[in-house]
Design a protein around this ligand. Structure first.
Ligand SMILES: Nc1ncnc2c1ncn2[C@@H]1O[C@H](COP(=O)(O)OS(=O)(=O)O)[C@@H](OP(=O)(O)O)[C@H]1O
Length: 469
């Protein structure tokens, strides 16, 4: 027994006394650590589940048809859940038929992940494909619109493969890395079947490439009816260079092309699609209905007739005949269009007299595309992809190379003349009419004008000058 300033305490009482301050804080600290450990454990378990699901997407190249609802919910509510490892994913999805990236994707291993795409809505694949398809059949036309943000729809040989791969490298964008011709031939829902199988859910823009869709009225009609907000991207190219590239591409891929000297302007014979008429991009684009000739919304009948007449005069008699048949029966396209020329895809050089101008032109082009698509992060450096059959043995490659043409050779003068005549009409119609539509965006209009001005000028003048320099 002890006496503490007048109060007597037994040993038992002392044991029951409140613990000292140090002991108390030690106990609390231990309890807090246990709670923290528990929290950490459940956090790790939840991450492992999601990462496993995501890696199953990466490994197979396909996502499960639907994520379990708990996982979907978790991904929706937890912004820190890694939603995509872009470099892994593109490595798997880049099952590119026959193309190669000549300027290798820089920084693949250093790409940021997870991307901070908070400005984009989270897209999950909650509605199975069959239900989307049935809903479309039942009249809910635009039920799958949210799954298709953009489409690279043409023209062939105008850098569409580069565009698809380059956009797919952006942190906020996923793009199907092979051509999808579903809109031309199949049910309109089929395209989103590819989207759901090949692209991950999450905060991304989703897109596809089909370089012939711009020339295919069925594809344009389906876009208008079911995907009216899908942003279209259309590439053009100097008609002479386009024709040469297309012809040589066919040779490379083993097509039995006639000698170019035997190919006429009317494309009688087919020539596997390598037709001078197709370089008249205006004859195709007018069908979208973005210009007075393509739509009827003027209330002033005389003005309308005058406007339409002036525009019609930019088409050749043959083009006018086909427009007379086609224009009244096609659907007017509500889709926005981003128009570029292939030369705008060139990475600006780092030396030479006009380096600053080149850099400025390129930056403006990229900035306009960023705004058009609605992404906030910067694009990776430009690449150059050249599709065509690879891995031929040396003898076969040499045989095919020998059949390729240099369109600047004297013997192709006539072809160049036809292409330049068409190029002149294309240039005038695009600059005077098409780009004036509020639906049409051009990356750097000033530079684009300069480029199109050259569509009526023989590029061989420059090429031959370069050769002699
Ligand atoms: N960044 C860049 N700068 C300049 N040129 C470029 C670029 N990217 C692609 N290209 C050229 O575009 C041609 C291939 O076009 P596509 O991919 O649309 O071809 S395809 O329709 O998919 O077959 C092909 O043209 P040719 O080489 O003349 O055949 C590519 O070299």
């Amino acid at each position: 027994m002890t006496n503490n300033g007048g109060t007597t305490t037994t040993r038992r009482q002392r044991q029951r006394q409140p613990p000292s301050l140090i002991r108390l804080s030690l106990k609390r600290c231990f309890a807090a650590r246990s709670v923290l450990a528990l929290l950490l454990l459940s956090y790790i378990i939840s991450h492992v589940t999601v990462i496993q699901e995501l890696s199953s997407i990466d490994a197979s190249g396909k996502s499960p048809p639907l994520l379990s609802s708990s996982t979907t919910l978790m991904m929706r509510t937890n912004p820190k859940v890694p939603q995509k490892q872009p470099q892994q994913q593109s490595a798997v999805r880049m099952k590119q038929k026959t193309s190669s990236v000549t300027n290798k994707k820089e920084g693949d291993s250093t790409r940021q992940s997870p991307p901070n795409n908070r400005s984009l809505p989270f897209i999950s694949y909650d509605i199975p494909f069959d239900e989307l398809r049935s809903a479309m059949d039942a009249g809910n036309d635009t039920v799958a619109q949210h799954l298709l943000d953009f489409g690279i729809i043409g023209f062939p040989k105008c850098g569409t493969t580069t565009m698809m791969q380059w956009l797919g490298m952006h942190n906020e964008i996923v793009a199907i890395q092979h051509e999808i011709m579903a809109l031309q031939k199949h049910h309109p829902a089929r395209i989103v079947n590819f989207v759901m199988k090949e692209l991950p859910p999450g905060r991304f823009l989703r897109g596809y490439k089909s370089p012939n869709d711009v020339e295919d009225q069925r594809a344009l009609n389906k876009l208008a009816q079911h995907y009216p907000h899908t942003k279209l991207i259309v590439g053009l190219r100097h008609p002479v260079l386009w024709y040469e590239s297309f012809y040589n591409h066919r040779i490379q891929n083993g097509f039995n092309m006639p000698p170019m000297t035997e190919m006429n302007a009317n494309c009688i014979g087919g020539y596997y699609g390598v037709c001078i008429g197709r370089a008249g991009y205006h004859g195709t684009l007018v069908r979208m209905g973005k210009t007075p000739l393509g739509y009827d919304n003027s209330t002033d009948a005389n003005k309308k007739a005058e406007e339409r007449m002036a525009e019609r005069n930019l088409f050749s008699p043959k083009e006018r005949r086909s427009l007379r048949n086609d224009l009244p029966v096609r659907t007017i396209s509500p889709n926005p269009v981003f128009l570029y020329d292939t030369s705008q895809l060139k990475m600006p050089s780092t030396s030479g007299v006009d380096v600053v101008q080149q850099q400025d032109n390129y930056n403006q082009f990229v900035q306009t595309l960023k705004t058009y698509l609605g992404v906030s992060q910067d694009f990776p450096p430009m690449i150059q992809s050249k599709p065509g059959k690879k891995d031929l043995n040396a003898t076969e490659q040499a045989r095919r190379d020998a059949r390729k043409v240099d369109i600047c050779d004297e013997v192709y003068q006539e072809h160049r003349k036809w292409l330049l005549e068409s190029g002149k009409r294309t240039k005038e119609w695009i600059l005077d009419y098409f780009v004036k539509s509020p639906d049409v965006t051009v990356g750097n209009l000033h530079h684009f004008r300069e480029i199109l001005d050259m569509y009526s000028v023989d590029p061989c003048l420059q090429r031959n000058r370069n050769k002699t320099d």
